[in-house]
Design a protein around this ligand. Structure first.
Ligand code: ATP
Length: 348
């Protein structure tokens, strides 16, 4: 294991930001710390970097490649850090920004001018900004600045790369392009990396493994496929995509849906796992009224209201939608195809 976090707790006064976290970051993987605002993602990343210390406890430890790094200063930990807000030096060119960490080396590790030049040019090529070395940060786009920040973090040949919402300040399209680019870059350099995000799509698309945090605890960890398709809790199911909450009874292998809450189980169904029919098949469907149909896009998004005026969201392929072409005001029967039941009580 590359990074081991063992029984780490962090309190601020009487507030517990991290509650007995144990986690292993595998070698060469890109791991996402995913969770809502305040769940403890940044606190955990800062503790790994050595920017913050965790609560003293003989059981707690942070190990890099098997060795405890408690008491090691940031420089000793050899981690590259990229923050949400570009922390580039404004008065330095792109070249000098990337060269910064190389120029400060002294003694035996000092680089020659030629070595610095070669390394910076190599990194500029890696981030696909070969011709921009003379520019200053305010002459770059937001996406270009973040790529330079990444090159600067990589210049010192860190043993790990830590990224805190690296694309958080960028607009949606640039974000999408940059995360695909980062994924390709990771496949090329295979540097063990941990990134913080509150954006589930970003985590699902980019990460090899996702750690879902909630109120300072790990709710679930696994591959994107595992956490999305086999959520262990209602929180994870809800956080990792849109979901409808129904109430119903379990009878043998089937679930009887009902919008009446009393004494019923909570049943979660993703919008793309609901079929819509004009008649009620075997009484298993839920009678609803179509409120809105949104045809633009690769799928058709339909909003329904049940008899208690609760909203149900459905996503159909255009092909499926075209069979009945329901429109606003129609009565339709919603038939969940796949559902998940959790024992805990949860509200969306
Ligand atoms: P966000 O996505 O909003 O950045 P996060 O998951 O990264 O959230 P953290 O920044 O790790 O959350 O904060 C976790 C909790 O710890 C929050 O409730 C925050 O208010 C609290 N916290 C963080 N730093 C401090 C501090 N220095 N003093 C007091 N409380 C703090």
């Amino acid at each position: 294991m590359s990074i081991e976090i063992i029984n780490v707790t962090k309190t601020f006064g009487n507030f517990t930001a991290l509650n007995d976290i144990s986690l292993e970051i595998p070698d060469g993987k890109l791991v996402a710390l995913l969770g809502p605002s305040g769940s403890g993602k940044t606190t955990l990343l800062r503790i790994i970097a050595g920017l913050d210390v965790f609560d003293a406890n003989p059981k707690s430890d942070i190990r890099f490649k098997g060795r405890s790094v408690i008491g090691h200063r940031i420089a000793e930990r050899q981690v590259g850090f990229v923050f949400q807000h570009y922390a580039l030096f404004r008065h330095m060119s792109v070249f000098e920004n990337i060269a910064f960490g190389l120029r400060v080396r002294r003694g035996r590790n000092k680089f020659t001018r030629q070595q610095i030049k070669d390394r910076v040019m190599e990194l500029l090529h890696l981030i696909q900004l070969d011709t921009l070395e003379r520019r200053y940060p305010d002459q770059l786009s937001g996406g270009q600045r973040q790529r330079v920040a990444l090159a600067r973090a990589l210049a010192i040949e860190p043993q790990f790369l830590l990224l805190d919402e690296p694309f958080g300040a960028l607009d949606a399209k640039v974000r999408l392009n940059l995360r695909r680019w980062l994924r390709q870059l990771h496949d090329q350099i295979k540097l063990t990396s941990v990134f913080v995000t509150h954006d589930q799509e970003e985590a699902l698309e980019l990460a090899d493994e996702i750690v879902v945090l909630n109120q300072g605890r790990i709710e679930q960890e696994g591959t994107p496929d595992e956490v999305f398709h086999s959520p262990k809790s209602a929180f994870v199911m809800d956080f990792l995509g849109s979901v409808n909450l129904f109430h119903g009874r379990i009878e043998g292998a089937s679930v009887i849906f009902d919008s009446d809450i009393a004494g019923k189980k909570q049943i979660f169904v993703r919008p793309h796992e609901i079929d819509l029919l004009p008649v009620n098949p075997n009484g298993a469907g839920l009678s609803t009224t179509v409120r809105r149909v949104q045809l633009a896009g690769s799928i058709v998004k339909i909003e329904l209201l049940d008899k208690s005026k609760r909203e149900i969201f459905v996503e159909l392929s255009h092909e499926k939608y075209n069979v009945y072409r329901f429109s606003t005001g129609d009565t339709v029967f919603a038939v969940p195809q796949k559902s998940v039941v959790f024992e805990e009580d949860y509200s969306i």
